[in-house]
Write a protein that binds this ligand. Structure first.
Ligand SMILES: *[C@@H]1O[C@H](CO)[C@@H](O)[C@H](O)[C@H]1NC(C)=O
Ligand SMILES: *[C@@H]1O[C@H](CO)[C@@H](O)[C@H](O)[C@H]1NC(C)=O
Ligand SMILES: *[C@@H]1O[C@H](CO)[C@@H](O)[C@H](O)[C@H]1NC(C)=O
Length: 186
């Protein structure tokens, strides 16, 4: 019963977020522009970024790539906190702040609609999309505005503005890395 109660609440929370989002929208915007990408390793004995970069092919085509080396494999316990920020006077938390147990989530991606939505942005351009454990370096290759555009404007439209998606990656309950993706919607 307890479990069921929690599930209902979580879905309600998602629906409220969805409604708020819909109310904020004046029209559907379709241009995502990636403006910056930052990766920070908090424990270089555990993991480090071999690269973390943004590449501009031209004004409309930019992509980000990263590769993280794992030094203490296999990794069997992962937690990810993802928070969306919107720039007003500085970046302020905006709508979403979800934490998921990564290994559980990968076994049942419907367990968290918000995490599923965010994971949908990069899962197809990464080697991260498999069950735990992780015993290899992890990469995201050429995540472009197109990938983000599809998730953001076709599935769940957002109001225009400057955004930052911040992810805190934990392993064994210790925060090991922070990844920040900055983009604008116009
Ligand atoms: C990393 O390992 C080195 C050598 O074992 C140790 O001196 C250092 O304190 C460790 N750093 C962290 C952040 O644990
Ligand atoms: C930008 O580069 C992409 C990939 O090479 C290309 O398909 C697109 O036409 C280019 N856009 C402009 C405006 O040059
Ligand atoms: C997200 O929620 C966690 C746990 O409730 C909290 O510690 C963290 O500060 C929140 N982050 C943001 C950006 O609001």
């Amino acid at each position: 019963m307890k479990h069921r109660h929690f599930k209902v609440n979580r879905n309600m929370h998602f629906s409220v977020g969805f409604l708020v989002t819909m109310l904020l929208i004046r029209k559907v915007h379709s241009l995502v522009e990636i403006t910056n990408f930052k990766c920070e390793s908090l424990d270089r004995n555990f993991s480090n970024f071999e690269y973390c970069r943004i590449k501009s092919v031209n004004r409309t085509y930019k992509y980000v790539s990263l590769k993280v080396n794992l030094f203490q494999t296999p990794v069997n316990q992962v937690k990810v906190n993802t928070a969306l920020y919107k720039r007003l006077n500085g970046y302020k938390p905006f709508l979403y702040n979800v934490t998921v147990d990564g290994c559980k989530f990968l076994k049942n991606q419907n367990s968290s609609p918000v995490a599923k939505y965010i994971f949908g942005i990069f899962k197809d351009v990464s080697n991260i999309n498999h069950f735990c454990p992780y015993d290899h370096d992890i990469f995201v290759e050429k995540l472009s505005a197109e990938n983000i555009n599809f998730q953001i404007t076709k599935i769940l439209p957002f109001p225009e503005g400057k955004y930052m998606l911040q992810m805190h990656w934990f392993a064994y309950e210790i925060n090991r890395a922070i990844i920040r993706l900055y983009y604008t919607l116009t």
